[in-house]
Design a protein around this ligand. Sequence first.
Ligand SMILES: *Cc1c(COP(=O)(O)O)cnc(C)c1O
Length: 454
Amino acid sequence: MTTHAISPLPSLDALLRAPAAAVLLARFGRSATTETFRRILAERRQARLFHAPEAEILDRAADVLAAGFARSQRPVFNLTGTVLHTNLGRAPMPPEAAAAAAEAMRSATSLEYDLDTGKRGERDSHIAPLLRRLTGAEAATVVNNNAAAVVLVLNTLASGKQVAVSRGELIEIGGAFRVPDIMSRAGAVLKEVGTTNRTHARDYAQAIGPEMAALMRVHQANYKISGFTASVPTEELARIAHAAGLPLIDDLGSGSLIDLARWGLPHETTPMESLSAGADVVTFSGDKLLGGPQAGLIVGSKATIAQIDANPLKRALRLDKGRLAALEVVLRLYLDPDRLAEKLPALRLLTRAEADIRATAERMAALIQRAWPARPVTVEACRSQIGSGALPVDLLPSAAVAIGGGGLEALASALRGLPCPVIGRIAQDRLRLDCRCLEPAEEAMFAAQLPAAS
Ligand SMILES: *Cc1c(COP(=O)(O)O)cnc(C)c1O
């Protein structure tokens, strides 16, 4: 029997006086450290373990305290191949936008203060003029996210009344966003028109009665209906709505503020296109293709936006000063479209050249091979997804490090356990790390945390 095995449990006082406890006290404070010692001692007694060396209790306390104080939300390497990954926080922010957010959060700002007059100002005044300029809309407003934008628009324009939506557009976008549920929570009554694959102009026209408050188009965000299909173009839908004296609402989802075809990406309807086709209110997300912070942007006619701004729900859904600051910086980047792909990380990642991604993959493959010499490691061509429901069927040519061998779940878990967790995807007996979102500037940090050859 070793002397360790017969050491009685140390007292709380003895633990607090131990030289090693000084480090814990300095780092985690007296109350958390004392509480942790007490809990560990109580657990031991309860388990009838009346012997333990002091060092063992101190080590355990250090682990418990470190785990309790560790940040839960942490930066990760998104090597899933989905660029705007909702579970990984969607669009990465330009550093100057993140800095503006941090600065706004640290200090008092002119959030609702007019610096010219010295009087009360409007929090949306930092964003609305930019959105008007960028979309050509008469008016604009901004809320927490696009789901909030849709709720607010429906509640404002159609509370207690009907809204017509094609059966082909009754979408679910994951989580709790389903058009029928959102509609009823907003207090509006969904009037389904047409069929899943075909909806015609006459379907809308026939649905319009005294209870109808608006027609609505919802972007088919994360799926595509193909084959024997028919839908009504926005222009025609707007004509039908306006002939009946009703507004047309267009939920674009990922609406891009600029034509992505310019960079060889598939075209996604822009708010400008929707407005000029006759939509009265258009909603879209801030953190999808736009590449900014989580936000819901609403653009449209002056009268409609004024009604929306006057809805008391607007206050419950408004944006905080940090995100407003970041959004302002991101929207300003759009004033210089020629440099957008360089300055806006979301667009930079989406337009990254395949050869450039492959070069990163080759460098990372060599490092990964060194860290796991027994595993087959290769570079493979692959396809990245844009993500966040944008352009669901369009894929971007990319390159991945493919790691084989047994126990891939354990390997994936080890990569998630790194200081900056690495998130890949397991499919067909390989763990694949799509290198599109590992930019050259981050390679050194990625490399430095890989384990030494095992
Ligand atoms: C993503 C999306 C939403 C929800 O937007 P959030 O910004 O996630 O709240 C609503 N409608 C459509 C069509 C979408 O694609």
